[in-house]
Design a protein around this ligand. Structure first.
Ligand code: NAD
Length: 493
């Protein structure tokens, strides 16, 4: 089939249809049809072809919804999902296999103790707007792989991508097992009123709390992939050119609408001037004619979010060092570097989810660690930059001259920061590289989320590990020691 850019019209699913869809998902699950390996692989392959056939429409929908450059739509959306499906298909048989109980002694091995990997049932996946395909279909792929039936509710804020996703699901997958429901708060509220065997939610922490509360009423398990205030920490021993280039990448991709982007940068005062110079140089290299004229810089998703980010810039007491331009009609916000001097500044306190670079100068690593823990003690990610081992020497026992020779400066210096600041994940000397490793589980900690997914973790997120034993009848004589009366039995135990 030739890939066409035609995009279906987005329309809300009638609310009254939602309970019936939930019932259908449950009844199909009970029919057992989604459980065999071959069925799962067939659905995943069909999804792969659905994505491939709709590649041009996906790229166009990402452009319409977010001004997403096609390079970013291919690498971060359609290609991302295609690769995930291939990885899952290649490993699914192995993941589904029973696991023998670990460290089992001879006596207990007679009952063949093992873990069966069982699907949870009928599951609900709620997606966010910023990476509409990756963040919706990523968990959906895990749900199919684990043998569940599934309902997807994409974000209404990216309606074109939501409409393409619905077409792919309806045209390519088993329509009795997989569903796409479109809508905003009323439709999601109705969905959350149904009984699910798992809810997988990606989005803001505020809505995450609503989802968790609603799920708790029926003791439904949840995975929550939420936001956070991710720090980047630049030590006085960092390579400022490298830090500038990598942090610009992390905050201009998708115009900074990335949950993993650094929210603020704690920078040692000594290297502040050099870092700001390097930021200016790198911006020029990446966007020679400015970000607005570049085909490689996205737009803010809608007017509400544009005004939210604009308000943060209007309210800051910081000094704009680079950028600051905006165009409401285009929902364009220029990558903007602001030097702030207070933890109370809105640019530090709030998650910008836009291309803002607040820099807060600090007196050293101690202060940076204290501030990062004060702003958000459990961010989704953190990004320390340093290339010297002196920082370890300062805080740890001085290593012997011999140890000094074999110390790996960069990794060891970061270990201090890794130990003293908790986060869902971390990239050392980079911005969110860890989030792009397909076999690395991705998730938050504390207020930035619970549970994780990607690779095998996606399969695990939708799987119940069921412990099973099988006691043979011939064992009865040996195990009768467990029955009362107990008198005289303890010595033989
Ligand atoms: P959002 O919370 O506004 O929306 C997410 C989903 O929840 C959407 O499908 C939406 O329809 C639904 N929703 C919104 N309000 C609701 C309500 N009152 N009741 C029920 N459902 C509701 O989030 P967003 O704006 O799409 O995404 C931005 C936020 O998500 C940021 O905080 C970002 O950090 C976070 N995020 C986290 C991850 C992650 O993987 N950890 C990924 C992307 C975004």
């Amino acid at each position: 089939m030739a890939s066409s850019t035609a995009i279906p019209t987005f329309s809300h699913t009638p609310i009254e249809a939602i309970p019936g869809i939930a019932v259908q998902a449950r009844s199909t699950f009970r029919s057992q049809k989604t459980k065999p390996l071959e069925y799962r692989l067939t659905q995943l392959r069909k999804l792969w072809w659905g994505l491939k056939d709709n590649e041009a429409a996906i790229i166009e929908a990402c452009r319409l919804d977010l001004g997403k450059p096609s390079y970013e739509a291919i690498t971060g959306e359609v290609g991302w999902c295609l690769n995930d499906i291939i990885f899952v298909c290649n490993n699914l048989k192995k993941w589904m296999a029973d696991e023998k109980a670990p460290d089992i002694d001879l006596k207990n091995s007679v009952v063949n103790p093992k873990i069966r990997k069982e699907p949870l049932g009928a599951v609900l996946v709620i997606g966010a707007f910023n990476y509409p395909f990756q963040l919706s279909l990523g968990p959906f792929i895990g749900a199919i792989a684990a043998g569940n039936t599934a309902v997807l509710k994409p974000s209404e804020l990216s309606p074109n991508t939501a409409a393409v996703m619905q077409r792919i699901i309806q045209e390519c997958l088993d329509s009795s097992a997989y569903f796409c429901i479109q809508g905003a708060v009323p439709e999601t509220t109705e969905l959350l009123s149904q009984k699910w065997d798992k809810i997988f939610y990606t989005g803001s922490s505020e809505v995450g709390i609503l989802v968790a509360k609603k799920a708790a009423e029926t003791l439904t398990p949840v995975t929550l992939e939420l936001g956070g205030k991710n720090p980047a920490i630049i030590s006085r021993f960092a390579d400022t050119r490298l830090a500038a280039r990598r942090l610009i990448w992390g905050k201009t991709l998708n115009a900074g609408q990335v949950c993993l982007s650094q929210n603020y940068i704690l920078i040692d005062k000594e290297v502040l001037p050099s870092f700001v110079d390097e930021l200016g140089i790198a911006f020029k290299e990446f966007y020679p004619n400015g970000a607005k004229a570049s085909p490689d810089f996205a737009r803010i998703v809608n007017e509400r979010h544009f005004h939210r980010i604009k308000k943060m810039l209007d309210e800051t007491h910081g000094k704009i060092l680079i950028g600051g331009a905006m165009d409401e009609k285009e929902k364009f916000i220029e990558p903007t570097v602001v030097q702030v001097d207070s933890l109370e500044d809105s640019l530090i306190k709030e998650e910008s989810f836009g291309p803002l670079f607040p820099l807060l100068p600090v007196d050293g690593l101690d202060e940076a660690i204290r501030i990062a823990n004060e702003v958000d003690s459990t961010p989704l990610a953190m990004y320390p930059f340093s290339k010297k081992s002196e920082e370890i020497d300062r805080r740890m026992q001085p290593p012997s001259p011999c140890a000094r020779l074999i110390t790996l400066p960069s990794a060891d210096a970061q270990r201090i920061v890794l130990n003293e600041i908790t986060s869902g994940g971390a990239s050392i000397n980079d911005s969110f590289f860890h989030g792009s490793i397909p076999t690395l589980a991705f998730g938050g900690v504390g207020s930035s989320g619970q549970g994780s997914y990607r690779g095998k973790a996606s399969f695990d997120a939708f799987t119940h590990r069921r412990s099973v034993t099988h006691t043979p009848s011939w064992l009865e004589k040996l195990i009768s020691i467990r029955y009362p009366p107990y008198a005289g039995k303890i010595s033989r135990y």
